[in-house]
Design a protein around this ligand. Structure first.
Ligand SMILES: [Fe+2]
Length: 135
């Protein structure tokens, strides 16, 4: 069973971005499955790394459009991205060092952050992006 499922209320009405968000949710589910089935630490580490790398490249897509179209809420939005990457990277370091385990709290943090960020912060750019021709 997946931890977080894609629902239409997560759509920002832009296919390219929706697909990236779906992939992010898949990676969170993959991490959750690996945690639940007691996969080895190195397997978990590699999924965490994949999640961070993909998150960064996804954020870069959004930020490219912010810059290209001079999006008015750029700074606030990028700050949320940076805070998230810092938090997850911090967790990654502690996990690697054996100082912190993967827990349901961590999984909840990821799912809550992603859905709140999409529904509030990302949806705020939908109309603006669409008006600028993003599909
Ligand atoms: Fe975003």
């Amino acid at each position: 069973m997946s931890l977080i499922d894609w629902k239409d209320d997560l759509s920002v009405q832009i296919v390219e971005i929706d697909n990236q968000h779906k992939k992010l949710l898949n990676l969170i589910n993959e991490l959750h499955d690996a945690m639940k089935t007691g996969k080895a630490k190195d397997v978990l580490e590699s999924i965490i790394q994949k999640l961070i790398s993909y998150t960064k490249s996804h954020f870069a897509t959004e930020e490219k459009y912010f810059k290209q179209f001079n999006y008015p809420l750029t700074n606030e939005h990028i700050k949320e991205h940076n805070d998230f990457v810092n938090n997850v990277s911090d967790f990654q370091e502690k996990f690697k060092a054996g100082k912190l385990g993967l827990s349901i709290e961590i999984m909840k943090f990821l799912t809550t952050w992603i859905s709140k960020h999409i529904q509030e912060t990302d949806k705020a750019y939908s109309e603006f992006f669409i008006e600028n021709g993003v599909k």
